[in-house]
Ligand binder design. Structure first.
Ligand SMILES: [Zn+2]
Length: 500
């Protein structure tokens, strides 16, 4: 099984000229974004205006018209009425507008937005983002493989100012990486094959690779991680550390930490069938950390970045950990195990503690951590938590600007009373389960020194039926866009200062 994705994106070009009739003939498909009520002037700026006008008039009630131009190529055409709104709404509009075009699998696509009163660039970039996501081939293991969408060219037409597409391209590649690894079946993505794939990715994007195996973790005193991995017969688990190191700087400015549970059975406290069905996706946090790191490397950020991936399975086994086990984490904190299905916070505890030893300016972790977060927000938003109050507004804004929406939850210290243990420093979780997303974040905060600003993202929006924003697949890769947005105008050190 080939477990490396094909990350090549189609070529994207831009022309400030509005398209002529003959220019439309170069495309297999053209997507035209128009206002809700296009004026005669808008139509005058379109080639083949008469035909388009008739088409639109026929479909008064629909937001989106799919047809074919009367040229020799029979160019497919999508006319989509654009509604200005939040970035999330723009991206959602783009995904829906492209549904018809996607079934045609065109090789060359043209995009033209007209009459949107200054919103042309937003509409066009939303469409490009949706096309890049839709054209990416997710893992498929059919014995007769479906023909891949061979999209070679996207051309943006008539945009008065050229759009800066580099961030969009980097985000698309990062998101594709995140979705790819998450979608792989659990017998294809094992600890070993994940490591091999990441070594290849590191070569491709000039990153450094390091693996901290179970033996080294034992020496580092990572008893919380090892409690989870001890149920794996092959002892192949560990923490993978990837580094982006421009200018040979040693210490990371930014550390991205990801939960990489390759399959979560729940462990000794076994999950029921439906709860376990999709648990190969429980490594999405690690995939989002990798995708974010690669995207930042593609953008050539001048500061050093680390990704720390906690990779293991949570298995049922004669040697698996149990309720009431007491283990000691790498920072010396003793933990009373309550529920073996709360394994994510156990592996993250040590991974956060080890990442913190390097004293990065900022730490961000990603994890499909709690059902409680999905219960609170549904799978449309992800939850954010931080040891800095100021992060709430900043992460919400980045969520709204990226279209990956997040909502902050309380981090008041009195929640710790619910994690009070009679026999150890802290309980892993409360037996009741209510507010578990908040308690999980409070638990994790014990492994991040107060001196380091830290943002925890509980990926409740990692999986959403029928897609989310511009992403059409159920696995969303949520988190890459948010991270890039957070760092789009400032370095991690500057962001850390703003959070202080
Ligand atoms: Zn679990």
């Amino acid at each position: 099984m080939d477990i490396l994705p094909d990350l090549k994106l189609p070529r994207i070009t831009q022309s400030t000229e509005p398209p002529s009739r003959s220019a439309l003939g170069q495309f297999d498909h053209i997507v035209i974004a128009l206002p809700q009520r296009p004026s005669a002037q808008d139509f005058n700026r379109l080639p083949q205006a008469k035909q388009l006008k008739t088409l639109l008039a026929k479909a008064e009630t629909s937001e989106c018209v799919l047809s074919r131009l009367t040229n020799t190529r029979g160019t497919g055409i999508t006319i989509a009425r654009y509604t200005a709104g939040t970035r999330f709404e723009q991206l959602t509009w783009a995904r829906k507008a492209l549904a018809g075009c996607q079934t045609e699998r065109p090789n060359r696509i043209g995009i033209y937005a007209v009459g949107l009163g200054g919103q042309e660039q937003s509409a066009v970039t939303a469409l490009v983002a949706a096309i890049l996501a839709a054209a990416f081939r997710l893992p498929s293991f059919k014995s007769k493989p479906e023909k891949a969408w061979a999209l070679n060219d996207i051309k943006i037409l008539g945009l008065s100012e050229r759009a800066d597409l580099e961030p969009l391209r980097a985000r698309a590649i990062g998101n594709n990486i995140a979705r790819w690894f998450t979608a792989l079946p659990p017998n294809a993505l094992t600890a070993k094959s994940y490591r091999q794939a990441l070594q290849s990715l590191c070569k491709q994007f000039n990153l450094t690779y390091e693996f901290i195996d179970e033996r080294k973790l034992a020496r580092l005193g990572a008893g919380a991680f090892l409690a989870v991995s001890q149920g794996n017969a092959d002892h192949d688990a560990g923490i993978i550390r990837l580094r982006h190191r421009p200018r040979r700087q040693k210490t990371a400015a930014l550390s991205l930490i990801g939960k990489g549970i390759l399959f979560d059975t729940g462990g000794t406290n076994l999950k029921p069938f439906k709860g376990m069905l999709d648990m190969h996706t429980d490594m999405q946090g690690s995939a989002v950390a990798i995708g974010s790191l690669v995207a930042l490397a593609i953008l050539g950020v001048p500061y050093p970045v680390d990704a720390w991936l906690a990779v293991t399975e949570n298995r049922i086994s004669a040697t698996a950990y149990k309720s009431q086990d007491i283990v000691t984490a790498a920072n010396g904190t003793t933990i009373q195990v309550i529920h073996t299905d709360a394994e994510g916070r156990m592996v993250l505890a040590d991974t956060l503690a080890l990442a913190a030893r390097e004293k990065p300016a900022l730490m961000i972790d990603f994890a499909t951590l709690t059902g409680a977060c999905v219960g609170a927000l549904t799978a449309r938003y992800s939850g954010v938590f931080s040891n800095r109050q100021a992060a709430n507004a900043i992460t919400r804004l980045a969520g709204s600007q990226s279209g990956e929406r997040v909502w902050p939850f309380p981090m008041d210290s009195d929640y710790d009373e619910l994690l009070h243990s009679e026999v150890a420093d802290i309980k892993q979780c409360a037996a009741s389960g209510s507010g578990d997303h908040i308690l999980a974040a409070r638990f994790l905060s014990r492994f991040v020194p107060a001196s380091i600003p830290w943002i925890h993202v509980d990926l409740s929006a990692g999986q959403h039926k029928d897609g989310l924003a511009h992403i059409a697949s159920e696995i969303t890769g949520f988190g890459v866009g948010l991270t890039l947005e957070l760092l789009s105008r400032q370095s991690p050190a500057e962001l850390a200062t703003e959070l202080a």
